[in-house]
Design a protein. Sequence first.
Length: 64
Amino acid sequence: MAGMAGCTPSYFNREGEGDRAMSEAEQFEAAKQAPWGEGSLGYRKVLEEWKANGDLEGVIIAVA
């Protein structure tokens, strides 16, 4: 999705905000709100692997 930053403003680059310099905290928040870049089949594969393994490897749950 990095190539989308310089494109015409749209939903995918937060209406052109992708070109603006961001702090590390802002980058982290933007990444959490980004669409899944691997498509629905990739998302389904991750869910199936989690179910098969009985864990949620890679998931970080934060309480605000």
